[in-house]
Design a protein around this ligand. Structure first.
Ligand code: SF4
Length: 273
């Protein structure tokens, strides 16, 4: 008699904490997450809940699963989040050393919010520092600055720093947190002298408004943040929510931002300087 047992056997994944996060992706050879060729380590967990999040599987720190329809009545289960030791991640990073040296690349910690896991990044830094590997951190800016000073200052070469919404109430409504800490951390990082690339995701009706982009331009100018890039809206979140068995909190536009719209916002932003 055929078994009626559910075919998916969940793996036992330990509960994550600041020293033992789950990795939900690890990409070699990326050209989009900082200079040169990069290994990108995606850590699972984020204190924000952006309405437009295109990686909703990165928000909760614990293991989850994507479920997609397979052939016939079958379903395909794809686990999200793997426990990896700092030694294993450091070895994955070190593997690409010749590519970093040839291209001016390195490692980028992303997420989610990798700054939730400073002890873990510190442990990896201890293992790769001797090889002179460039370290970038892709952050929402919502982190404990004192902990950064204690554990990571001097070992991070570059921050890819998201600026989203300048109005505090709107920021809170769209992301679940206010922006005071994010702006304060950015000013402190700038004053510390670390390299910063500000990134502004262009989200229709949220961040991509004339009022918001003008306010971001003023902040950037006042704080002498010379490197800023605008990122076009990328709609992959809706489908991922459904694959996790949940409805998207907000149904975002299904089409990506087209080039002409992106260029219009770029021209507007430049005109604010
Ligand atoms: S900060 Fe990034 S990962 Fe976190 S909820 Fe927002 S878009 Fe998603």
């Amino acid at each position: 008699m055929p078994s009626t047992r559910h075919p998916y056997q969940p793996r036992r994944v330990p509960e994550p904490d600041a020293q033992h996060p789950l990795v939900f992706d690890l990409v070699h050879g990326s050209t989009e997450d900082g200079p040169g060729l990069r290994t990108v380590v995606f850590l699972k967990g984020c204190p924000l809940r952006c309405a437009w999040c295109h990686n909703p599987e990165s928000q909760r720190p614990e293991a989850q699963v994507f479920v997609t329809p397979g052939p016939g009545s079958m379903q395909i289960f794809e686990p999200i989040g793997e426990a990896m030791s700092s030694e294993r991640v450091a070895a994955e990073i070190a593997r690409d050393l010749p590519f970093y040296q040839a291209s001016g690349g390195g490692v980028t910690f992303s997420g989610g919010e990798p700054m939730m896991y400073m002890p873990f990044m510190h442990a990896i830094g201890e293992q790769i520092r001797a090889q002179g590997i460039h370290v970038a951190v892709d952050t929402s800016g919502y982190f404990d600055y004192a902990e950064y000073v204690q554990l990571l200052q001097g070992t991070v070469d570059l921050f890819l720093y998201d600026l989203k919404i300048m109005d505090d109430d709107r920021h809170r409504a769209a992301t679940g947190v206010g922006n005071a800490r994010i702006l304060e951390n950015l000013v402190q990082l700038k004053q510390s002298g670390v390299d910063i690339q500000v990134r502004v995701p262009l989200i229709p009706e949220y961040t991509a408004t004339e009022e918001n982009l003008s306010a971001i331009a003023s902040f950037v100018r006042e704080n002498d943040l010379s490197k800023v890039s605008l990122l076009p809206y990328n709609p992959s979140g809706n489908d991922k929510w459904l694959k996790m068995g949940a409805h998207p909190p907000v149904l975002m536009p299904a089409r990506p931002m087209d080039l002409s719209e992106y260029e219009r916002w770029g021209a507007f932003f430049n005109s604010c300087f």
